[in-house]
Design a protein around this ligand. Structure first.
Ligand code: S3P
Length: 440
């Protein structure tokens, strides 16, 4: 949320990143752990849960719907599942803050519950497109009212039943896919979603972990409604999207040698490693292992000279949240980096193409936004002041840019860093970033 009292980062120029850090738990998996744990029969114990505002918004929504949840306490959450039909009508609207994942996934999960609910969010979330979920959910028989612009608040009305659909998504969105699959749990017959390109598959993996059959035939994912979920234990890996700021920081700051511990490297999320390696980054994948159905590894990153590239479009959905940080890598690379096929970046927490271009230009970097991407010419980064516009990932990306800047960088409106990465400034300072948080 943008507000006058939102803190500012002041980051001194230079430095390097060294040592070992474990970034907080994966945001996508944390959301899903609360959702499926709440609907399961039995007690689900989660470790490594992200205690960020977004996943806490999901947790609070289920508390409001009568689920008993203990924690979070140092990443440990215990969820006493109420079964598929045990949620209670909340007394107030469910406030999902800044969290698009909460709103889109809950729209599907709640569409067929027979409850009457309202989902609200902050000003950023209230301007993000929701028809991408409400239209296909309506085709399943859901009754969800949005504003005339297709935005939140969303009013969900009770319906008798939902019917499965066979839906070809117009955009590569895991949120849309997950929303429809979660609605499909309550639908008659089969619900199938075809994705135009692979998107993160945490919902499918976790449903299987809770004993629910999910079939994948090529790019089509199907499940049959009417089944049950059985509680299980979940270990949430560190979030590769949060690790990204450190991967970029260590790559661009000479003399860096940083190990990121226990990072989720699910192949539908690891596009950032591929893109950074194409740019010349030195990233070693150590000790790969499987943790509860999700691949995990430690990542050792040493500084390396980067070169500009044309980013392969096939990698875009696999790195969709990592572009603000990758634009900083591009600014530090030799030559031009060109991104295309990434129009989805314009409907994230902010228009990430425009807000990043504005910030890069303010720091003297040549950046030219295009409708579906950006062109960035590598070169010196000057000190200066940038506005994150309340976008957590933009704030953290510009913080890392200071490692290569000619002067101090001030970043405004950083409160929302807490949505995905509480403790970012302290963790980054421990690794070598000269960062301070200022409150007016
Ligand atoms: C998410 C999917 C992505 C991503 C978001 C989390 C998820 O959004 O940007 O941060 O947990 O399913 P889209 O599916 O809308 O691209």
């Amino acid at each position: 949320m943008s507000s006058l009292s939102s803190p500012r980062f002041r980051v001194r120029a230079g430095g390097r990143l060294r040592g070992s850090v474990r970034v907080p738990g994966d945001k996508s998996i944390s959301h899903r752990s609360i959702m499926l744990g709440s609907l399961a029969e039995g007690v689900t114990r989660v470790t490594g849960f992200l205690e960020g505002e977004d996943s806490l918004a999901t947790l609070n929504a289920f508390l409001q719907m009568g689920v008993r949840i203990e924690g979070p306490d140092q990443g440990r959450v215990t969820i006493h599942g109420v079964g598929m039909h045990g949620l209670k009508q909340p007394e107030k609207p469910l406030d999902l803050g800044n969290s698009g994942t909460s709103m889109r996934l809950l729209s599907g999960l709640l569409a067929g519950q027979g409850l009457e609910l309202t989902l609200i969010g902050d000003s950023s979330l209230s301007s993000r497109p929701m028809r991408r979920v409400t239209d296909p959910l309506a085709a399943m028989g859901a009754r969800i009212e949005a504003t005339a612009r297709g935005t939140a608040p969303l009013h969900i009305r009770p319906v008798e039943s939902l019917t499965g659909i066979d839906y070809a998504m117009p955009m590569a969105s895991a949120q849309v896919k997950s929303s429809l699959l979660l609605a499909g749990l309550y639908a008659q017959g089969e619900t199938c979603v075809t994705e135009p390109a692979p998107t993160r598959d945490h919902t499918e993996r976790m449903l299987r972990g809770f004993g629910y059959g999910v079939r994948r035939e090529g790019n089509r994912i199907c499940l049959t409604g009417g089944g049950r979920l059985t509680a299980c234990d979940l270990d949430v890996p560190a979030d590769i999207s949060s690790a990204t700021f450190f991967m970029v920081g260590a790559s661009i700051a000479e003399g860096s040698d940083l190990t990121l511990e226990h990072v989720g490297i699910n192949p539908t999320r690891d596009g950032v490693i591929g893109i950074l390696r194409l740019m010349g980054a030195d990233i070693e994948i150590l000790n790969p292992r499987d943790v509860g159905g999700e691949p995990v590894a430690d990542l050792r990153v040493r500084s390396a000279p980067l070169k500009g590239i044309r980013i392969p479009e096939a990698l875009v959905p696999l790195a969709i949240d990592e572009f603000p940080a990758l634009f900083i890598a591009a600014a530090c690379a030799e030559g031009e980096t060109v991104l295309t096929g990434a129009e989805e970046l314009r409907v994230k927490e902010t228009d990430r193409i425009q807000v990043m271009a504005d910030g890069l230009l303010a720091l003297g970097v040549q950046a030219e936004p295009t409708p579906d991407g950006i062109r960035i010419q590598g070169g010196p980064i000057a000190g200066g002041q940038v506005d994150s516009k309340g976008d957590h990932r933009i704030a953290m990306s510009f913080a890392m840019a200071a490692l290569r800047a000619g002067g101090e960088i001030l970043i405004d409106d950083c409160a929302n860093v807490n949505t995905s990465f509480p403790g970012f400034a302290a963790l980054a300072a421990g690794a070598g970033l000269q960062i301070e948080t200022e409150h007016d």
